[in-house]
Each structure stands twice: as C-alpha cells, then as structure tokens.
Design a protein around this ligand. Sequence first.
Ligand SMILES: *[C@@H]1O[C@H](CO)[C@@H](O)[C@H](O)[C@H]1NC(C)=O
Ligand SMILES: *[C@@H]1O[C@H](CO)[C@@H](O)[C@H](O)[C@H]1NC(C)=O
Length: 295
Amino acid sequence: MAICAPSSSDSSSGSRAWVVHAALLGAAIAAAAGAHFYLRRWSSGFRSRVVGIIPARFDSSRFQGKPLAQILGKPMIQRTWERAKLASTLENVVVATDDEKIAECCRGFGADVVMTSVGCRNGTERCNEALEKLGKNYDIVVNIQGDEPLIEPEIIDGIVKALQGAPDAVFSTAVTSLKPEDGLDPNRVKCVVDNHGYAIYFSRGLIPFNKSGKVNPQFPYLLHLGIQSFDAKFLKIYPQLPPTPLQLEEDLEQLKVLENGYKMKVIKVNHDAHGVDTPEDVAKIEALMRERNIA
Ligand SMILES: *[C@@H]1O[C@H](CO)[C@@H](O)[C@H](O)[C@H]1NC(C)=O
Ligand SMILES: *[C@@H]1O[C@H](CO)[C@@H](O)[C@H](O)[C@H]1NC(C)=O
C-alpha cells in the first residue's frame, strides 16, 4: 500500500480515490490469478507446463555433424523433432544448438530454435541454458536426445506423467528389458528400482549380480534409455552440483542425482534402442525403418 500511495502529502479525495482503486484493482488481479492458478491445477494438475528440448551440437567426437545426417532422406534432427511434436504432454518443442547450420536447417522444417553457447559441456547444461533463454515458467523440461530418431512420443508422455505423479521426485527416466547377451556390455547401462518404481542405482556392470558370476537368463534386467525429464527448478542446480564419487567411477551423470539424495522415478517401456552414435548406425537404422515401413 505504501508503495502505491502517492508520495505527495496532499490527501485530497482525488488521490485517496486512486489508492482505493489501486487496492481494488490489486484484489481483482489477485482473484483472477488465483482462479487461473486454481483452474490450471484443477484441469491439468501438478507441474503442468512442460517443454521438450532437443540439444544438438555439430561437433561430436565420433560423428561430425550428426544431427544433420540424412536418414531415409530427412535430417536425423527433423525425425527426432517430428516424433517429439506428437507427444501430447509437451506445450512446446525446441531445438537448442550452438551451430548456425543446424539452426537454419531446423527453422527450415518449422522448429523453434534457441541458440546456446559453444561452452555447454553436455546436453544437460545446454537444456538449462535454453530454459533460461526461453524465459517462460516451465515446470518440467524433457531432454530429448537428438540421436534417437525413432523415439516414441508415448515414452516422452510416460516420463512426463511419471514426474507429474511423483512430487517427491525431481527427475524421471525410462528403462526397457535388457537382452541377456548385452548383460556384460559396459555401454549398456543397467538400472535397479525399488517397489515403487524409484531408481536405486545405475551401473555399467551387471546389476543385480548373480553369485554364479554369469548373466541369469531368467532375471528381468533393466536397460536404461537416454531420455530424461527434470523438474525445472532442479535443472537449474543440477549442472552446478559437484561431481560425486560413484558418478565419476561409473562415468554416469545420473548417479549425481541419487548420490545427492534426490529421488528419480523410472518407467518401464517396450522399446528397442536405436541410437545413432556412428555413421555405420545410419545404415542399420535405415534398414530397420524399411523393414517396418517407416517413411
Ligand atoms: C542365478 O542364476 C541362475 C541361473 O543362471 C539361477 O538359477 C539362480 O536362481 C540365480 N540366483 C541365485 C541366487 O543363484
Ligand atoms: C555436465 O558437465 C559439467 C562439466 O563437465 C559437469 O559438472 C556436470 O556434472 C555435467 N552433467 C550434468 C548432468 O550437468
């Protein structure tokens, strides 16, 4: 009130009237905002504003210009974006890149692009910078890997809904069945979860470990998929949390979340991972798409 009141000592009825009006207007705005807030929470619930961010950099040690690699006639980044656009939980999908060629290509097929600095050391930092530049009050950010051109929109919606349904978690991700022959491959990250679907641990080693020392063909091992979503407030602090011992030893970023005591919700999905890491993977994925009649 003191801020609204005119500074002059003149307390004519005119200025008083102004103060009253300002107070009424303030109340009306508060009521409208309250109603809007209530309706939003009522209609779509907790953490309702969701953005999908596809981080894409040009330089990749194993595959230069990877996001622009043609997959059956379309750039890989476009395929990923088209899949993400089909997710019903996302209010917006943006590409975050440090590269003008990628930006130009993405604008060309209709994507929103946010330019991020070359200094981003990983996809999470890029998502965080993009979130700041977007300047909107999103509640959840989905980090959609640009190198999974066959990502199912249902998986994106699944991890978003998991995070909306678990207020005590700050992070959600997806796993699928691990093929027993991949059990000892350190590039396949395994995950174990508790009875409520919260992550206990991730490892490049076989977890759980069978005392026979071999992969147990009967056990339903879980393979971690790269897609992840964050509570937007958590995303701001995540890159700043110092590296943790288990994270460093396993070389797995997500362990930093668990080692700091945060909760992570995990959903199980049916998905054959078809990540594109090397130029050779392009031919493999194209063969698969032809086989399944995906245009
Ligand atoms: C270990 O794996 C074998 C099959 O390889 C299975 O029969 C056994 O139940 C598993 N668990 C234990 C505790 O041995
Ligand atoms: C990203 O890179 C920075 C710098 O290497 C590191 O501190 C951070 O833990 C990395 N991962 C995440 C998830 O932010």
